[in-house]
Design a protein around this ligand. Structure first.
Ligand code: FAD
Length: 313
């Protein structure tokens, strides 16, 4: 069995992975980047991105990721269209095996496997993702100036997203399948004091309603969890705020994780609990979860990897 040895492997092709690759390649580290089953990462499932600096006009998420990919390749990254099936951090060099059965040995691993928003799992929700259905108020709230939005969820994230959306929307309706939020008291107090917010308890979203050409959301069908009765309310946007799942399967028994399940990194650093393994982007970020912060952490990871290798010699 042939094993390919490389100094730096980067797992993930979102903003964190590609930025790490650009910096590592320009430091002549010849990085190998595994793209995984979602080449380009989360931004490939959205439409307009208005908050990534450098573009005066809104850009499309998939286009931005194509640019990052091309830039990473242009400066010398080897891109591998494969998913990493297993990673062994107990031996040095570290060992990883891809889905297609190729084994790599690496002196440094940059983990940039991201996270996935949790969705309700409705076909209609999937159809209107990026066309009125969002999982990120920071990203998309600005598009709903003066409009009505529904936020789904009952934890801190849902209440924070609802409060944030009151900065733009005319009305924010928070729907929750229980009678009471899990969110912190102080957040709830702020929410209930806000005249723009309505709360509907004991309902779940049965369907996202919309129209085509151009595709847009027109409402939601809500099912009462006690009576089973369904009613419709009109809305321009649906924000699903029921949490995120960091992609830690490869490392969860090998790296220290935060209580939230995200990868732990040292303060002001991307260093993980295993020397030579760095984590960047959403996989280690349970706070900001933005493309620009992921890119920033990817840059840090590559610079820290470079220093690690220089001292390891
Ligand atoms: P991700 O983008 O999550 O990428 C993870 C990568 O890891 C993927 O390429 C995946 O294939 C790969 N991977 C995972 N496991 C493996 C494995 N085992 N082997 C190989 N590869 C693997 N942010 C903004 O700043 N502005 C916005 O407007 C905005 N809009 C958004 C809209 C939507 C619908 C969503 C879901 C998110 C949005 N975000 C936005 C958030 C932004 O997309 C994320 O913060 C950012 O993509 C995180 O980058 P990342 O590199 O950490 O990971």
């Amino acid at each position: 069995m042939s094993v390919q040895h490389t100094k730096v492997v980067i797992i993930g092709s979102g903003p964190a992975g590609f930025t790490a690759a650009i910096y590592a390649a320009r430091a002549m580290l010849k990085p190998v980047l595994f793209e995984g089953i979602q080449p380009g990462g989360q931004l490939t499932i959205t439409t307009e991105v208005e908050n990534y600096p450098g573009f005066a006009e809104p850009i499309q998420g998939p286009w931005l990721m194509e640019q990052m990919r091309a830039q990473a390749e242009h400066v010398g990254t080897t891109l591998v269209a494969d998913h990493v099936a297993s990673l062994d951090l107990s031996q040095r060099p570290f060992k990883l095996v891809t889905e297609s059965g190729v084994t790599y040995a690496a002196d440094v691993v940059i983990l940039a496997t991201g996270a996935q928003a949790r969705w309700l799992g409705l076909d209609s929700e999937h159809s209107y993702r990026g066309f009125g259905v969002s999982a990120c108020a920071t990203c998309d709230g600005f598009f709903y100036r003066g409009k009505n939005v529904v936020v789904v969820g009952g934890g801190n994230t849902a209440v924070e997203e609802a409060l944030f959306l009151t900065n733009f929307a005319a009305k924010v309706t928070l729907v929750h399948r229980r009678e009471g939020f899990r969110a912190e008291r102080i957040l709830q107090d702020r929410l209930f004091a806000n005249p723009k917010v309505d709360v509907i308890w004991n309902v779940e979203v049965a369907e996202v309603l919309g129209a085509d050409e151009p595709p847009h959301v027109t409402g939601v069908a809500l099912r009462d969890v006690r009576s089973g009765e369904t009613r419709q309310i009109a809305t321009d946007g649906v924000f699903v705020a029921i949490g995120h799942a960091p992609a830690t399967d490869l490392v969860k028994d090998q790296l220290k994780l935060k209580p939230s399940g995200y990868v732990w990194t040292a303060p002001d650093s991307t260093a993980t609990s295993v020397p030579g393994v760095f984590a960047a982007g959403d996989v280690a970020d349970d706070v900001f979860r933005q493309a620009v912060t992921a890119a920033g952490r990817g840059c840090m990871a590559a610079l820290e990897a470079e220093r690690f290798l220089a001292h390891a010699v």
